[in-house]
Design a protein. Structure first.
Length: 166
């Protein structure tokens, strides 16, 4: 379902009332360091945030998707840094969690203008190449949006529909 162009945000609207940015019930974000340990930090941030929003029962699916989106940003969207540096130079990756009454959106912002590419590896036992397939499988929709202005880069997002009682 990952798309670009004019339809990239369409899954956020399908079958639900339009999103009004001012109607966000809750929102949280955190900057992530440019190192692979940031995936663990993103999971911890997600756990704490979902617990605060009484959405802890959605943690497993949301956490898997957050892990994949952050891993993809670190692996594919940051400028190459020599291994000896440990990819420690500043952070340009940021995790955003937004909660509306009937949906939760997680987005990962990175500095790359390149669109995310879902690779069909055909080999589900492969150690890489399944990230966006998992995002598509565990979320109710995903896409990406290029950023303009001083931020640049893009946001890759995933949508989770919530029951009215969540």
């Amino acid at each position: 379902m990952g798309t670009n162009g004019s339809t990239m945000l369409q899954p956020l609207r399908q079958g639900l009332p339009p999103l009004d940015p001012s109607a966000v019930c809750d929102a949280a974000s955190c900057a992530l360091p440019a190192r692979y340990e940031a995936v663990r930090e993103a999971r911890q941030f997600t756990r704490t945030t979902l617990d605060q929003w009484n959405l802890g029962d959605r943690f497993d699916d949301v956490c898997l998707v957050v892990s994949e989106l952050v891993t993809n940003a670190l692996r594919h969207a940051l400028p190459e840094v020599p291994a000896a540096c440990g990819r420690e130079q500043g952070s340009s990756v940021r995790l955003h969690l937004m909660h509306w009454t009937e949906r939760l959106v997680c987005g990962v912002r990175d500095p790359s203008q390149d669109s995310p590419v879902a690779r069909d590896t055909g080999d589900f036992s492969a150690e890489s190449g399944r990230g966006l397939f998992l995002v598509d499988s565990f979320s109710d929709g995903w896409g990406w949006h290029p950023l303009a202005g001083t931020l640049g880069g893009k946001v890759v997002w995933a949508l989770f529909r919530l029951r009215a009682t969540d």
